[in-house]
Design a protein around this ligand. Structure first.
Ligand code: KG4
Ligand code: ZN
Length: 356
């Protein structure tokens, strides 16, 4: 199978061509990512209207580039995968309508992909890991622990009750004057900071259940910054380091609880996977490797460039759907609507649900 994947749900316009078969690993024939960082940077975060306009002007060229880098024409494709949600609706509309047009014109099946599923399945593209596995999905909009049992089978064990992990990084970066994109800037600042100079809370740590909370941590960072004002450059680095350590402690604590709770359901060699943009964070990966080893789980994570948004993960998720016979023909393609919200455990035909 060879699938084209198109991703426009946030601030990267991306397209890729991926080849292979399930369970993977697959082969990435091309992977083009046009980042909109420069457009959003003056505003300190993603501006949805600017993102939608940028996607509209970039999606055609990025897709052509992906096909040409792969040396593959539309006639060689098995299907066209596209992120149909969740995400910023303007961007999702751009990508979905573009993909629908391409699918209808070429007669190819359309593969509407849930963006979270694309993150969740990326380790099958890179490592061919077998179902089921325990997943920590940490991105700009989500923070969830999930059992992944199939390309459309997800059981959510816990989720954030307020901010997402990436959102906490982005807000902290803004507060510390580190700018956008927040996650990588906090990570860089934290590298040379003292994580123990400031003492920050770990909300919900050791509480029952598997949910997360980050908003109290964000408030504590603001208060610490105010108390220490004006913050020197070393002060910013120390506070960034303290924040990153607090987030790491929270994620490790919840993940170890989940591992203990589900170990028996994941077979003799249970696998743990971390994915989503925040999984690019090296300090966090190191801590999760240790947690997995202590709990008797193998550790898998896509390389950092495939943790943040990209077209290859969408192409691969589409390939999984295609292999499962879930490609949509012309009649059904026209009925697919873009979704701002789309919980992972809901099939595409379902009614819109609450924030996933
Ligand atoms: O998966 P992703 O690219 O887009 C969404 O689906 O949201 O994740 C983006 C999030 C942003 O909040 C960004 O700040 C965070 O991932 N991120 C990081 C790092 N790289 C990206 N957070 C911490 N450390 C990083 N190195
Ligand atoms: Zn993402």
């Amino acid at each position: 199978m060879i699938v084209l994947g198109i991703e426009t749900s946030c601030d990267e316009t991306a397209a890729a061509v991926v080849a292979g078969g399930v369970p993977g690993p697959g082969r990435i024939l091309s992977n083009v990512v046009a980042s909109q960082t420069a457009e959003h940077a003056p505003f300190g975060g993603v501006v949805p209207e600017i993102a939608a306009r940028a996607h509209a002007s970039l999606v055609d060229g990025v897709t052509r580039q992906a096909l040409s880098d792969a040396g593959v024409g539309l006639d060689r494709l098995s299907g066209i995968a596209v992120t149909a949600g969740p995400g910023l609706i303007g961007g999702v509309v751009v990508g979905l309508l573009f993909a629908k047009g391409l699918a209808l014109a070429s007669g190819l099946p359309l593969l509407p992909v849930n963006h979270l599923a694309a993150h969740a399945l990326t380790v099958r593209l890179t490592d061919g890991v077998a179902f089921p596995y325990l997943l920590l999905l940490i991105s700009g909009g989500h923070c969830q622990l999930i059992i992944v049992s199939g390309p459309s089978e997800y059981e959510r064990l816990g989720t954030t009750i307020d901010d997402a992990a990436g959102e906490a990084f982005d807000k902290t970066a803004k507060l510390l004057g580190l700018g956008y994109p927040g996650g990588p800037r906090v990570e860089t600042a934290a590298r040379s900071g003292d994580p123990f100079r400031f003492s920050l809370p770990r909300p919900l740590l050791d509480s029952p259940g598997l949910d997360f909370s980050f908003s109290g941590l964000k408030t504590a960072v603001r208060r610490a910054a105010e108390l220490a004002a004006p913050l020197s450059d070393p002060g910013v680095r120390d506070l960034a380091a303290a924040f990153q350590l607090a987030v790491t402690d929270i994620l490790v604590n919840r993940t170890r609880r989940a591992m203990a709770a589900v170990r028996g359901r994941l077979g003799p060699t249970p696998a743990f996977v971390v994915a989503g943009g925040v999984a690019a964070n090296q300090a966090l990966r190191t801590a999760l490797v240790e947690a997995a080893s202590l709990e008797g789980f193998s550790f898998l994570a896509p390389p950092p460039s495939l943790c943040t948004d990209n077209g290859a993960m969408v192409a691969w998720a589409g390939l999984e759907l295609f292999a499962a016979g879930q490609g949509l023909g012309a009649d059904e393609q026209l009925k697919v609507s873009p979704r701002a919200r789309w919980p992972l455990d809901m099939r595409f035909a379902g009614v819109p649900g609450a924030k996933a």
